[in-house]
Write a protein that binds this ligand. Structure first.
Ligand code: GLY
Ligand code: MN
Length: 448
């Protein structure tokens, strides 16, 4: 189905819905529909109700759609709810697959601030959303009452986002409308969406590649601009400009531009220091393209030349990344295994490499200076959900990002690339165009 649409719209399996230059690229409506049907297959004949993100209380604060909601609908407007009823032909009251998108009552005053929204009465709304049925949000409790009233055993098969206050309120209200003495326990619907999201389809891979391409351009811009006397924040700023110029809507996380000892703080984001001659600079910064993230780290010498010690540590981190790449076997290797004991775990491979190469100033092995997991899934979220340690299979996109952080030496190095497991089981480095070796980094910095 995905490929049929791909042929209809040229080679691309995504397209831009609106004509605005920077509008999000969406996948065909059939793709989101297929994901909802796939979710229904996991519901054991039950009901899933998932909520979209709410518009922020302070409407001028950033808004981003809930990731699961986006995955299932491609819908970006706030305050919606999606109900999916699983097929249950043998139930007391036989049910067929049903999907309904509930849209909130428009707030015409707020629309003056945040823009016009659609509701269930908007002409062409079913086509615009691609969901089989669209109803006003006020109908959601009525639909719940109707379904569970007809088969009360359904109350034990409700899948929601456990942290969504709307989900709790809906379940409590439904229980009250049905005269139940207490609200039923719900199941975690995000466990199911996590399973679906972990293997990316061709349209998602296309968007992830675009996020990588824009992030690569910004990393190159960084390498050309870094020099003593510039601030970390100026570097974050010029990377942000490059992301926006290349079609991204936002950074995928707060940019980490850490020079000197700041390079050893894993998620440093103050970015308020002036870079000095001789510093190392760790830049973990990438952007989101049409809701899909990239996650890239490069570590560079501020004056364009690694010191021998910086180069030594750099090469150990690069060697650890390469060791993990070399050890990779699709369907067998795992990522993000904090125990670092299992030989199938790429974390174990990278850790053993770091721990057997180089020493700190006291002659101790370097393993203790690597403080985090080797990698994580990347998708609609920069840390996409998965059950870790995760076995790596075709269609998965994940980071390999070993690091060594030695505060005593004001020396932190992390090298992070995003990898796709191809259909043939081989690893594809989405950031292959960027410098990897220390010499390549220095050469990119010379190309000012
Ligand atoms: N890029 C930040 C992280 O992966 O934790
Ligand atoms: Mn990462």
């Amino acid at each position: 189905m995905k490929f049929r649409w791909g042929l209809l719209f040229g080679l691309s399996v995504v397209w831009t819905v609106a004509s605005a230059a920077n509008a999000l690229e969406r996948q065909p409506a059939s793709v989101y529909h297929a994901r909802r049907v796939a979710l229904a297959d996991h519901l054991q004949g039950g009901i899933a109700v998932l909520f979209a993100a709410e518009e922020p209380q302070l409407d001028f604060m950033p808004y981003r759609q809930d990731s699961d909601f986006y995955y299932l609908t491609g819908w970006t407007e706030p305050g919606a709810a999606l109900m999916i009823v699983g097929d249950a032909p043998g139930a007391a009251t036989p049910r067929a697959y049903t999907e309904i998108l509930f849209l909130p009552t428009r707030d015409l005053r707020m629309e003056k601030y945040t823009g016009v929204k659609m509701d269930a009465a908007t002409p062409g709304i079913v086509q615009a959303t691609g969901v089989d049925a669209v109803e006003p949000m006020t109908e959601l409790p009525a639909e719940m009452n109707k379904l569970i009233g007809a088969d009360r055993r359904l109350a034990t098969k409700l899948w929601t986002q456990p942290l969504a206050p709307q989900a709790k309120a809906l379940v409590e209200f439904t229980a009250a409308t049905l005269g139940m003495t207490s609200a039923p326990e719900t199941k975690d619907g995000t466990d199911l969406t996590a399973q679906l999201r972990v293997e990316k389809d061709p349209g998602e891979i296309e968007l992830l590649k675009k996020a990588s391409e824009a992030s690569i351009k910004a990393q190159f811009a960084m390498m050309r601009a870094v020099k003593p006397g510039r601030t970390e924040r100026a570097i974050a700023g010029l990377m942000t400009a490059a992301w926006m110029e290349n079609g991204c809507e936002r950074p995928s996380y707060a940019p980490i531009v850490g020079s000197g000892v700041n390079s050893t703080t894993l998620h440093y984001s103050a970015n308020d220091r002036m870079m000095e001659d001789g510093d190392i600079l760790l830049v973990d910064a990438a952007c989101e393209y049409s809701m899909y993230a990239s996650d890239i780290t490069r570590t560079v010498p501020v004056n364009g030349h690694f010191t021998p010690r910086q180069r030594e540590i750099y090469n150990i981190v690069l060697g650890a990344q390469q060791a993990a790449i070399d050890a990779f076997v699709a369907g067998k290797s795992t990522i993000n295994d904090r125990d670092r004991q299992d030989p199938n775990s790429l974390d174990t491979v990278a850790y053993n490499y770091i721990n057997t190469h180089g020493k700190d100033l006291h002659g101790d092995p370097l393993g203790k200076y690597w403080l985090h997991g080797l990698g994580h899934m990347v998708g609609i979220d920069v840390h996409d959900p998965a059950a870790y340690p995760a076995v790596l299979k075709p269609g998965m996109v994940f980071t390999i990002e070993p690091g060594i952080y030695i505060p005593e030496e004001k020396l932190g190095v992390r090298i992070e690339c995003d990898f796709l497991v191809g259909e043939d089981g081989k690893l594809i480095d989405l950031d292959a165009a960027l410098p990897h070796t220390a010499d390549e980094v220095e050469a990119a910095m010379r190309a000012k």
